[in-house]
Design a protein around this ligand. Sequence first.
Ligand SMILES: NC(=O)c1ccc[n+]([C@@H]2O[C@H](COP(=O)([O-])OP(=O)(O)OC[C@H]3O[C@@H](n4cnc5c(N)ncnc54)[C@H](OP(=O)(O)O)[C@@H]3O)[C@@H](O)[C@H]2O)c1
Length: 252
Amino acid sequence: MGRLVAIERTMTDRPVVFVTGSTSGIGRATALLFAERGYAVAVNSSRSVSEGETLAASLPDAIYVPGAIGGDADTDAMVSQVLARWGRLDVLVNNAGFTHVIPHQDLEAATVDIFREIYDVNVFGTWKLSVSAMPALRATAGNIVNVSSIAGLRPTGSSIPYASSKAALNHLTVLMAKVTGPEVRVNAVCPGLIDTTWTQDWDVIRQFVSAVAPLRRSGQPEDVAALIFALATTPYITGQCVATDGGLTLTQ
Ligand SMILES: NC(=O)c1ccc[n+]([C@@H]2O[C@H](COP(=O)([O-])OP(=O)(O)OC[C@H]3O[C@@H](n4cnc5c(N)ncnc54)[C@H](OP(=O)(O)O)[C@@H]3O)[C@@H](O)[C@H]2O)c1
């Protein structure tokens, strides 16, 4: 009986993070860092189910929550799975994102359908999951960290639909932060070029960044995870969109 009580207390006392899109890249590094710092972790992805299950099984206290983040996602059910396991949610990291690479001058290629597809994940899904998670976050005085991009800060990025979706995400971050305090903080990280599967073929851009960015290198997923963790655990910051780009935006 004493042992059961001890286990129950461990389950409910441990802070809980939900990281969307966490089987790869920035999301995976974030899940690993929070786990290392003692958090229970809800791992998520849309297609890489076995990777998600394997990652969750490898962490001290984790579950895999399958599902595509988007405007039609059953985000209430996703949050319910987290609450059913731990009874609390402290941090939501909205990391799942999508793009189409389209040269900016090719205006006809950036169709409304492509805008819809990109906004569906980066903006609508992020919004919907954040709203679903808000009651649980209010209960823990928790916070949200959105994974945006320097493409939302500067006229750059893999396509105009992508860059404008990240600009929308930045403004969403600020507007949400304005109305969810004092209980819930909302911030965003804006990565520059980070070495993930997403950017594995972007060697020309990597060389450019290594040549011009003050820190003379592209970023690693762990660089972004460190900022996400810092924002999540810094009590007196909300509504901020913080670049982690080796100083690239200083040159653009
Ligand atoms: N890499 C960069 O240079 C860079 C720069 C700035 C911003 N970012 C942002 O960072 C975030 C992560 O990018 P990354 O480079 O780490 O990408 P990544 O290595 O390709 O990982 C993407 C992760 O998200 C999951 N995912 C994709 N669509 C999803 C959806 N609709 N619902 C749930 N999960 C989904 C993927 O798994 P499944 O495919 O199985 O779903 C995977 O786990 C994105 O929001 C991106 O815009 C990246």
